[in-house]
Ligand binder design. Structure first.
Ligand code: NDP
Ligand code: HSE
Length: 436
């Protein structure tokens, strides 16, 4: 089957990230989608600028209208931003019968009602997972995974730039303007960064989340919006002394009177998981009546994380264009005829670090025997402690933390350690994962 042709409008942070992810993971993506995906065209203001992706096989144009009107293009991916030109282009693409994927929250929050109506009339899809919380598939989670719930409330850190600024101020005492400049250099901030620091970007995202959670039309103008620009270093310190963290939250709650829709700096008890979401990471807590609280966490901005969501939307569209309508999403995510035969590893071939605890006779040479055996099996020790025997015992506890080692080597080492006369019983082992 011929590959689906995609036109990417915008080759900045997210546009380049999207081209990179589509190229890097082309094989796996086509095994999931059931068909190849080819970025045939892309657009940028300056077509001569060096890009952070390989555009050697892409026709790069200055005029995005040429892409939305190109009869060969099936999917238009809008990554320009703003809500004037972007709106015009998206409506034109829909009118031309193209499916649209966008990361543009301003566009969806302000003009989504009109855009969705146009798409419905034309029978095309408009997908916008990347518009909220970067790489976290929060729209899919609420719209599909929580479809059985009555959502009671949701609260989220949904602006990566703002969270990055608050974290650097708290952890390193850095100056607000200095951190904002770094967020801009890293590609996290909006073209106009007041959208990030004054809460407008978070309000765009919260507007979208609230509509999906509570089934209400998008109404950005109704959101209460307060930014972080007035949060001082002193506030951060005093909140900390009281056992709180200041986070910039978007909160939406169903009440008897109506829906709360508010974005503002908020003190959260420091023991809450969401209070420990730092840097550019985002997190959204969703409370459903059936499931209870659920928490979604991940990178809220940046090229690859945002591209992850954009590409997932492209795959969704391609599946609709390609597969049998009754099996749109393959049961095992990959098309049945594209499953791979990579073997599942037996535990002996797995590498992890270990915590070991053994009971040993409290006499010279025991520790040396144990470390010699570990050394012979190429097991390197990260830390070791010996605990004095308890009053009612003559055995000391030796606790060892190792670096990563093949399970097979650890098995051999432990059988030798357990065979030592000076070691009593089995060695307790617990695998250590840093999950970094
Ligand atoms: P960038 O500013 O990095 O990229 C914008 C791209 O659009 C550039 O290639 C630019 O061309 C092109 N462009 C801008 N204005 C015009 C115009 N008037 N006509 C034609 N082309 C134009 O933005 P991002 O990639 O950061 O953001 C894109 C979208 O994704 C926005 O809606 C943003 O809110 C959203 N988003 C961004 C995230 C991020 O982490 N950055 C995360 C999630 C969503 P040129 O390069 O030549 O200037
Ligand atoms: N400027 C946005 C942020 C990009 O910092 O969260 C991701 O939507």
């Amino acid at each position: 089957m011929k590959p689906v042709k995609v036109g990417v409008l915008g080759l900045g942070t997210v546009g380049s990230g999207t081209v990179n992810v589509l190229q890097r993971n082309a094989d796996e993506i086509s095994r999931r989608a059931g068909r190849g995906i080819e970025v045939s065209h892309a657009t940028a203001r300056d077509i001569n600028k060096k890009r952070a992706c390989d555009i050697s096989n892409i026709t790069v144009l200055a005029d995005p209208n040429e892409v939305v009107s190109n009869a060969d293009i099936d999917i238009v991916v809008e990554l320009i931003g703003g809500d004037t030109l972007a709106k015009e282009l998206v409506l034109k693409a829909i009118d031309n019968g193209k499916h649209v994927v966008t990361a543009n929250k301003a566009l969806i929050a302000k003009h989504g009602n009109e855009i969705f109506a146009a798409a419905q009339a034309k029978g095309v899809m408009v997908a916008f997972e990347a518009a909220v919380a970067g790489g976290i598939p929060i729209i899919k989670a609420i719209r599909e995974g929580l479809a059985g719930n009555s959502i009671e409330w949701l609260a989220g850190i949904i602006n990566g730039t703002g969270n990055f600024i608050l974290t650097e101020m708290r952890d390193k005492g850095r100056d607000f303007a200095d951190v904002l400049a770094e967020a801009q250099a890293l590609g996290y901030a909006e073209a106009d960064p007041t959208f990030d620091v004054e809460g407008i970007d978070a309000a765009h995202k919260l507007t979208i989340l609230a509509s999906i959670a509570f089934g209400i039309p998008l109404q950005f103008e109704a959101a209460y919006t307060e930014g972080i620009s007035k949060v001082s270093q002193d506030d951060v310190t005093y909140a900390e002394e009281l056992g709180y963290r200041i986070k910039h939250l978007g909160i939406s709650r169903r009440t008897a009177e109506g829906i709360e829709l508010r974005v503002h700096p908020t003190l959260i008890p420091e023991r809450r998981l969401i209070a420990n979401v730092d840097g550019v990471m985002n997190a959204v807590l969703v409370q459903g009546d059936a499931v209870g609280p659920t928490l979604y966490y991940g990178a809220g901005a940046g090229a690859d994380p945002t591209a992850s969501a954009v590409v997932a939307d492209i795959v969704d569209v391609v599946r609709v264009l390609t597969s049998d309508p009754e099996n749109r999403v393959p049961h095992l995510a990959f098309q049945a005829d594209a499953l791979s035969d990579i073997p599942v590893l037996p535990i002996e071939k797995i590498e992890t670090a270990y915590y070991l605890r053994m009971q040993a006779e409290d006499k010279p040479g025991v520790l040396a025997d144990v470390t010699r055996i570990l050394g012979e099996k190429e097991i390197s020790i990260e830390a070791i402690i010996q605990k004095e025997p308890m009053p009612d015992s003559d055995k000391a506890n030796i606790i060892i933390l190792t670096h990563r080692v093949l399970e097979n080597n650890m098995n051999k080492a432990l059988s030798e350690v357990e065979a030592l006369n000076s070691i009593q019983g089995e060695v307790t082992r617990i695998r250590v994962e840093s999950l970094g």
